[in-house]
Design a protein around this ligand. Sequence first.
Ligand code: SAM
Length: 253
Amino acid sequence: MKRFFDDMRLSLRDLGVRGTLQRLPDYFDMLAEMRKPRSKLSLEVEAERFDERYGTDTEQLLTFSEHGILANSSSSYVHPYQCATESSIAESIRALSIDYEKFSFLDLGCGKGKPILVASRFPFRRLIGVDISERCLDIARENVRRCSSFCEPSRVTLLQEDAEKLVFPAEPLVIYLFNPFPENVMQVVVKNLEASVRESPREVAIIYLFPFFEKSLEESEIFGRLPTSQYFTSVFATKPVGWAWPRNPDSKK
Ligand SMILES: C[S@@+](CC[C@H](N)C(=O)[O-])C[C@H]1O[C@@H](n2cnc3c(N)ncnc32)[C@H](O)[C@@H]1O
């Protein structure tokens, strides 16, 4: 309950009474999330003991007040932090089966940096994490420092930015999204990414975990869907889809 009241205090301070009333459903969702028995995903994350093995801080969810951001530049609700399992992140990257040296890995909404740590096992050119929350980035920086034995810090760039304002680096990219934004933000991000690819044509793949707002990608003239058999994951790539991608006849969707 204390975490809930901390959220309320932050909300009243930053959004006022009206803004807080508008957001009440989000705060109650967060309260329900914290009180319900562990979700299947949290149990799987805990079972892997990632933090215990690497001395990192990635497993714990953050409430709105712990996360420090309630709304982005377009006043949209900002999804707070949560992470996926190491094995699912690694598997989704491995399934691309690309020439990793040619690509940079960009986690848009990178939170505490777990996907960056996992992606560092692949020979990506560089690893980029962007998040709106400075608190998440502080933790991500410390996590990278703690994993420097396998994740060379000089390969990593961590950037505090609202995804809606991000200027995408003009290089081939694998973009990782763990359901970071609501639909209206996703639309802006996809539009900006399309403009960036039009201006600097290059290969871009998007791994989208919990793809609730994939409509703008489905309707894109630039991106097409790649087959994947991974749980709650969609993969999109610049057309013509399949440029460098293996075709797995067994994969669904
Ligand atoms: C579900 S977490 C995923 C974290 C990380 N990608 C992972 O898989 O471990 C979503 C993250 O998106 C960030 N986020 C939400 N809205 C954002 C925005 N407009 N710009 C940048 N980051 C944002 C949040 O701060 C949060 O850390």
